[in-house]
Design a protein around this ligand. Structure first.
Ligand code: GLV
Ligand code: MN
Ligand code: MN
Ligand code: MN
Length: 399
């Protein structure tokens, strides 16, 4: 029987990012592939039967694969320079929870699967929860296959070189039928669980969120010979757009909007860029408010771009409306974890995608500073252990 902390300790050196700090484990790169192998070994050691489905989701079965099974799991990919817990905590807790249940001598009435979803973060192909979106049919298959990473490699090519058949990527009704209930344990990513209160919460909802790309085009030119008055510099417009994103969201209660990635093309110190691409992440509980926010940001983007002699265009890359987890499943889980608070989150999860199709729920484990998507993300060993026991109690109650 291995504790969650021992399991997490065994992967603490995989994908460390010496430049950004933290971990960079983009889907289907060496660190994520190493973690997938680690997961398969751990599952096999526990006597679980491992299979990888047509979308690259790994399923480790305790009991025969069957319709209506209980499924739990999370992801092993990370954002660039992410923390140690976002994803792996849910996977390691699930493995450790199986140990606890076996140790208790539990005789499950239905099968349990532990799953690992690929590309939850969308760090490589731009669309978060790509594995669960493909599984459920929440994303158009052609759109998914044509997504490109920063090297220009398509998801179709990368999927193929990782043993998937692009012809068979996409909605998988048989796999979906196997999910009777889905429970994902995850590190809390805000300050929802205080230092002195309970360490574990039951999830209630996920904030509506989406990603948009804004491209600002101008005139690429020489930094030394082009007079300031003669420029059409998209970087200057992009800087104003970043401020507009902050200011527009700040005026809207409950909105969050972020430009976390900005790429000048071609990107040389002595080169006025010909184009700047920036990616906008915007979130709000109300779809209509988000749509309005994006419209307002785009109107300002066009205006500031024109004032700099540039043009701006906007493309929606993904959007997911606010999700409320299954009330009956969450009520049952609440009954199994007396005293656990109920918490909404602003972060996206595969459980949020699945919730549109099958009863889904989440558990959150305290992260005292609330910092996440950063090397400083933190879960105390005691809280990781409590989370695992809570997950084991929940699984036992639902099995
Ligand atoms: C994923 O973690 C997200 O919320 O962006
Ligand atoms: Mn996550
Ligand atoms: Mn994340
Ligand atoms: Mn997430």
């Amino acid at each position: 029987m291995e504790t969650v902390n021992k399991l997490l300790g065994s992967i603490k050196d995989v994908g460390r990012d010496g430049v950004r700090g933290g971990y960079s484990r983009a889907v289907y790169t060496t660190p994520e592939l190493d973690l997938r192998e680690w997961f398969k070994e751990q599952a096999t050691q526990r006597g679980l039967d491992v299979e990888t489905d047509r979308n690259g989701i790994i399923w480790a079965w305790w009991g025969e694969p069957q319709d209506g099974a209980l499924v739990t799991g999370s992801h092993l990919d990370s954002v660039p320079g992410g923390g140690a817990f976002d994803g792996p905590l849910g996977v390691a807790s699930a493995l450790a929870a199986v140990d606890i249940l076996k140790d208790r001598g539990l005789q499950p009435r239905r099968s349990l699967a532990v799953t690992v979803f690929p590309e939850e973060e969308g760090s490589r192909f731009g669309v978060a929860c790509l594995g669960s979106r493909l599984l459920t049919g929440a994303i158009d298959v052609d759109k998914a296959l044509n997504l490109r990473d920063v090297n220009g490699d398509t998801f179709a090519d990368v999927a193929r070189s990782n043993g998937l058949d692009p012809q068979h990527v996409g909605p998988d009704p048989e796999a979906m039928a196997r999910i009777g209930d889905f429970v994902e344990l995850h590190v809390e990513q805000g300050k929802g669980l205080g230092q002195d209160g309970p360490a574990i919460a039951v999830g209630s909802s996920i904030l509506g969120h989406g990603r948009w790309k804004i491209s600002v085009s101008g005139q690429g030119n020489h930094a030394g010979t082009t007079l300031m008055a003669d420029r059409a510099d998209p970087m200057v417009a992009a800087a104003q757009i970043v401020l507009a994103v902050r200011d527009t969201a700040a005026r809207q209660p409950d909105a969050r909007a972020t430009v976390g990635r900005l790429t000048p093309v071609p990107g040389g110190t002595n080169v006025i860029a010909s184009r700047v691409d920036l990616w906008l992440d915007a979130r709000h509980p109300d779809d209509a408010v988000t749509a309005h926010l994006i419209e307002a940001i785009y109107a300002t983007a066009r205006e500031v771009a024109a004032a700099e002699g540039c043009t701006a265009s906007l493309t929606e890359e993904s959007y997911s409306g606010t999700v409320h987890f299954d009330s009956e499943l969450s009520r049952r889980i609440g009954g199994l974890l007396p005293g656990a608070p109920v918490l909404a989150t602003g972060a996206g999860h595969d459980a949020g995608v699945l919730a549109g199709y099958v009863p889904s729920a989440m558990l959150f484990v305290r992260n005292p500073s609330g910092i996440s998507h950063s090397p400083e993300e933190y879960v105390a060993d005691e809280d990781a252990s409590s989370g695992t026991v809570a997950l084991a109690d929940v699984l036992a109650g639902l099995l």
